[in-house]
Write a protein that binds this ligand. Structure first.
Ligand code: SF4
Length: 192
């Protein structure tokens, strides 16, 4: 990726309350190098072209949503597209610096050392890292399993720390004519 486009699995442009404090714009990137048994988004794992969107269009959509208080980026694996995520966050934070940012990654934080990844981390308030281990899914907090760590990289989300680490999870269901979409961290993959 050259920073101009993102390859996404999905976008929740109206916002969700199931992926962090407040109403949050959410994006799921397409493509993940990991293979966690029980992955909640297996459709996001193939490294193939899915929904291609340019970072300016996406940034403007986020900036234009006056109802949100933050942005959550999940996947797939967001750091496979770190250059584009960095460009996106730069554009968003230029216009809406009050929006906090939560990112999920299967990598461990100490392994995110590329220039692009470090640039993303500088604009991230909360990083939730590590691969999902189904036997460690304890049903609480904004992480899939207890091995995953919450890194508060700024103090902006610290008031929510306890809830984010061990609070009750929320799942939002959207009923469509032919399908049901779920957003949130499930207790176990097979419950949905
Ligand atoms: S890192 Fe996340 S998206 Fe990738 S396989 Fe594991 S649970 Fe699924």
């Amino acid at each position: 990726m050259n920073g101009e486009i993102l390859n996404l699995l999905d976008i929740e442009r109206h916002g969700t309350r199931a992926l962090g404090p407040g109403l949050r714009y959410a994006i799921w990137t397409q493509g993940c190098p990991f293979n966690c048994p029980g992955c909640v988004t297996p459709e996001g794992r193939p490294i193939v072209a899915a929904k291609i969107i340019d970072t300016t269009t996406l940034a403007n959509d986020i900036i234009g949503n006056k109802n949100i208080s933050g942005v959550t980026i999940s996947g797939g694996e967001p750091f496979l597209q770190a250059a584009s995520i960095a460009v996106l966050l730069e554009k968003v934070q230029l216009s809406r610096p009050e929006l906090n940012v939560i990112i999920f990654t299967g990598f461990r934080k100490e392994d995110l050392q590329s220039e692009e990844a470090l640039s993303v981390l500088k604009m991230t308030d909360l990083l939730i890292d590590g691969q999902y281990i189904e036997s460690k899914n304890d049903g609480v907090g904004l992480r899939g399993s207890s091995n995953q760590r919450l890194h508060f990289l700024t103090n902006r989300l610290l008031p929510y720390k306890e809830d984010l680490q061990s609070g009750k999870r929320q799942i939002e269901l959207t009923l469509n004519i032919n399908s049901t979409d779920a957003i949130g961290i499930p207790l176990k993959q097979n419950l949905l």
